[in-house]
Design a protein. Sequence first.
Length: 301
Amino acid sequence: MKRLRRPSLLLLMLLVAGLPAAEADPVGLSFLKIGAGAESVAMADAVVSNVDGPTAAYWNPGALGFLPGFQAGAAHNESFQSVRQEFAGITRSFGPIGAGLSFVGTWTDNLDAYDDAANYLGEFAYYGISLAASGGYRINDTWGAGLSVKYLQEVIDEFDATGVAFDFGVQGRRLFDRFDVGLAVLHVGPSMEYVDDPFDLPLTVQGGVTMHIPLASVRSEGLLAAEVRKVRGEDAGLQLGAEYRIQQMASLRIGYRSGLDTEDVSFGIGLRKGSIRGDYAYVPFGEDLGSQHRIGLTVRR
């Protein structure tokens, strides 16, 4: 395998994130922008204020103190350009304390590499991983706070970068009996580097509010979420999500996000039987990039 020129590193990171090269900033580990979980992407990732499953260890550790018992979840993501992602997470409550472990892995099939003059250089591989240990504390019936510590690694061809980052989160539940709020600061850490080229982590600040709408006549519930997300090097974007829960048996989800050239709407469905829930999400991309499909499974005990 021939060695990639360094400009190709940034090009690949942009490819994995699905962002136009014209918006390039010295920010790496773009796989962290993809998010985790099928139910989250169906709601345009507007979940920091309402996450209540194993993906809390990824989105908002402040929710961990509210999660009952033991939960385990996994999700698989098939996206454009042969990008695949796997998520696995577990959470466990100990009274007002919640603990979680989460893993996110992203990789591609071997890709063709070209230099600036369009000369073929051979094939190269890519993968990135995030392994996090999380803890949360339920301060009272309304408020919780949490922290995650993450090991990060990204490998592109013969280059690799490793580092450590932290996530911080708070969540408030059932304010005025109807509203949830949340705020998370993700991927906080020192810069990393490929060889001698340093880059920053995709520091992300996201927060918003979720409104629960009871529909007692049919034993169902509606959920509306509105959140704002700011990623280092990018403009802030609005994320809107809606969910219709039917008698705790099924959920219909839709989402919309602003600020991205190739992605805006998303759709999904969830089915529950006892302690097991399955989720599916579909995201169409613009500019002939294809679409993204996610499936997830959650078990609660």
